[in-house]
Design a protein around this ligand. Structure first.
Ligand SMILES: C=CC1=C(C)c2cc3[nH]c(cc4nc(cc5[nH]c(cc1n2)c(C)c5CCC(=O)O)C(CCC(=O)O)=C4C)c(C)c3C=C
Ligand SMILES: [Fe+2]
Ligand SMILES: [Fe+2]
Length: 354
């Protein structure tokens, strides 16, 4: 769906009426395109396979040589994972809208941003996914047809990684490569240390903790992992995550024992960034920690990795290892705090354009 889209055409140019047979020209507008990771269209095997095939064929995500990776991907992963992952998506699926929570939240973020920018009548806000639907290419086409001659594209990842931010940028520029009349573009950078983001996280954590009937002894900032080898090759993601947690500690007045950094969602046999979230929670419970809260600063919206893996599996691990109270703190999603971050980052990049 396109938000705030106005397709009104003009029949004049700066020098007068359009000549006979001239292609229609839309009123010039500024587009804002929010892009998140992506999600399957359904939890059935075919939808899951299509989604995982696109995701896991991305060279930014799996850097192994294709001659080594494709036999594993097509011979093993795509024959086993679609069923397994489909069952996990089933647990968190938004049945009312028949879509994953990630898509529901991304749409809502787009709608709320459009409402916040409604004072500018030449701004079009839309949203897309790096993998699956709606694709970046299809939305970009719709935006340029609506007259967007300038586009701010926002990869929705607070911490930069080649596996996320860069691949969104790649896909966006790949779509631009096919266009005869390209818009001028800007991309929103990572914002892991922006005061508005740190403050939003702090406020949402404080709000959530105030609603609990226990006080966690330890709070864990759990980020999606990446392979260690990508970090060693120069991906700044690990440093961005560490900085977010440090700034948050300072903002909340907590020490290093109260707020930990961990990494979740390992995939494949390689070593990933450590410490791992599941192992940390297990260790804490075994050491006698009874109450823990976990939040996911690197995820702009709740999704499989936060709702199923953390709120579900990691919570179970904590209880099975002897813990008593476990709480998952929701992502910023489309909350007031979350929208304040998205809006400020977008307004900054719109400078001089709107
Ligand atoms: C080598 C594989 C993967 C890397 C590297 C990776 C990095 C990475 N991913 C996110 C955010 C999300 N990942 C999500 C799902 C997901 N991730 C991988 C693999 C890698 N991710 C897979 C195979 C999946 C699919 C689910 C599954 O089968 O387990 C999601 C959730 C999408 C949803 O619809 O809910 C998000 C979000 C980040 C931030 C990141 C690196 C920094
Ligand atoms: Fe992932
Ligand atoms: Fe680092």
């Amino acid at each position: 769906m396109t938000i705030n889209q106005r397709t009104d055409m003009t029949n004049t140019t700066a020098t007068g009426p359009l000549p006979q047979g001239h292609p229609p020209v839309a009123q010039p507008k500024v587009g804002v395109l929010l892009v998140n990771l992506g999600t399957p269209d359904g939890t059935d095997r075919a939808s899951m396979r299509r989604y995982l095939a696109e995701f896991l064929s991305d060279r930014r995500v799996i850097e192994w040589p294709r001659a080594v990776w494709y036999p594993v991907l097509y011979g093993i992963v795509l024959n086993t994972r679609p069923k397994k992952s489909g069952a996990l998506y089933d647990k968190i699926w938004n049945r009312e809208k028949d879509e994953s929570p990630l898509r529901t939240y991304t749409r809502s973020q787009g709608e709320k941003l459009a409402a916040a920018l409604a004072g500018h009548d030449n701004i079009v806000v839309d949203w897309a996914m790096r993998y699956g639907n709606p694709s970046i290419e299809s939305v970009l086409e719709r935006m340029t047809k609506a007259g967007c001659r300038r586009i701010v594209m926002f990869p929705l990842y607070p911490q930069y990684s080649a596996t996320t931010t860069a691949t969104v940028n790649d896909k966006f520029f790949e779509a631009l490569m096919k266009m005869r009349w390209q818009p001028a573009v800007r991309t929103v950078p990572a914002y892991h240390d922006e005061p508005v983001y740190i403050d939003a996280l702090a406020r949402s954590i404080e709000k959530h903790l105030a609603s609990l009937d226990f006080e966690p002894e330890v709070v864990i900032a759990s980020y999606h992992g990446i392979p260690q080898s990508y970090f060693k090759a120069g991906d700044p993601y690990h440093c961005h995550c560490q900085k977010t947690t440090r700034l948050l500690r300072e903002r909340l007045g907590w020490d290093e024992k109260k707020l930990l950094t961990t990494f979740q969602s390992r995939f494949g046999p390689e070593e990933w960034l450590q410490p791992y979230t599941d192992k940390t929670v297990e260790r804490l419970a075994k050491e006698g920690v009874k109450s823990v809260a976990v939040f996911n600063p690197g995820f702009v919206a709740d999704c499989l990795e936060t709702l199923e893996e953390i709120a579900g599996e990691v919570g179970e691990t904590f209880h099975e290892s002897g813990g008593t109270n476990f709480s998952h703190i929701p992502c910023l999603n489309d909350s007031e705090e979350g929208m304040a971050v998205i809006e400020e980052m977008v307004r900054r990049e719109l400078g001089g354009w709107a």
